[in-house]
Design a protein around this ligand. Structure first.
Ligand code: PAF
Length: 288
């Protein structure tokens, strides 16, 4: 594997020319869409992509469309040099790092993909328009790169559900691959936003994975959904530095709230603010 950083394409035409040449030579393409600030979680996506396709492209683009007016678009960490160093040795053939003007040359975009009702629930309720903005840029990236496969992280479970549904609804010929969440040794799900946390905030943030572990333990004990939710809430309520946004359990097939007597796989989702940082986490439960 090459010890040098991958080449960077900053234009749509440049990336298309590169990938057209690869496809003409019979090679398959995988896309890993990211907003940069790459950590081990992203690198796990890149490694999976490299196992699935001949050519891996990592897009790095902080998409203004998916940030609300009071959100962290301006302060979102951006360091292309560090990202290229992180990618070295991970089998990425190219990085696509366009400017906002390259992606949205006509200014605020008029045509958007609607994430529908599921896009207004949970994270969509707290972040109005977020999922429409996310799906719009993912659609653009899929049209630009035309990958055989695109790789996403399980941590953003609602995003994954919506991308899978968009690809199915719009007959996009790209397979969506999902990679399990990568966690730090203390259990915190890796996220670019963890960089915002102070020492004590990071300790408080551990209530998120612990709440999911409590829910999983209750589910595994056969206690049912209400008890699993109660166990998770008890952990979250005990952490004074944490401002809970939601804890929910959904049916993974529909992303609608699971019924209290739900049996089988169910996805637990939690979102909370620690200081000024909003974090999310998720776990798959098996309810009996
Ligand atoms: O998960 C992310 O980093 C972003 O939502 C994505 C998929 C790159 C779209 O901007």
């Amino acid at each position: 594997m090459s010890p040098t950083p991958p080449p960077v394409d900053t234009t749509i035409d440049g990336l298309r020319a590169r990938l057209d040449a690869e496809r003409s030579a019979g090679r398959t393409v995988a896309l890993v869409p990211t907003m940069g600030s790459l950590h081990e979680g992203h690198l796990a996506l890149v490694d999976r992509a490299a196992a699935l396709a001949d050519v891996v492209v990592v897009s790095i683009f902080v998409n203004p469309l998916q940030f609300g007016p009071t959100e962290d678009f301006d302060r979102y960490p951006r360091d292309l040099t560090a990202d290229l160093a992180a990618l070295t040795g991970h089998g990425a053939a190219a990085v696509f790092a366009p400017t906002v003007a390259e992606m949205y040359p006509r200014g605020p975009i008029e045509t958007r993909v609607s994430a529908g009702e599921v896009g207004t629930m949970l994270d969509g309720a707290s972040r109005p328009g977020h999922f429409d903005g996310m799906l719009t840029v993912v659609a653009k990236l899929l049209l630009i790169a035309a990958p055989h496969v695109a790789v996403f992280g399980e941590k953003d479970a609602q995003q994954v559900f919506l991308v899978q549904r968009m690809v199915a609804d719009l007959d996009v010929p790209t397979r969506i691959e999902v990679v399990p969440t990568v966690r730090a040794a203390d259990g915190l799900a890796l996220s670019s936003r963890n960089a915002y946390l102070s020492g004590s905030e990071r300790a408080a943030a551990l209530a998120l994975p612990r709440s999911l572990e409590a829910a999983r333990a209750a589910a595994d004990a056969g206690d049912g959904l209400p008890a699993a939710l109660e166990a998770a809430l008890a952990v979250l309520d005990a952490e004074p530095q944490l401002e809970l946004d939601y804890i929910a359990v959904v049916d993974p097939a529909s992303f609608q709230p699971a019924e209290p007597d739900h049996v089988g796989p169910a996805r637990a989702l939690v979102a909370a603010r620690v200081g000024t940082t909003r974090l999310i986490d998720t776990a798959l439960l098996q309810l009996r």
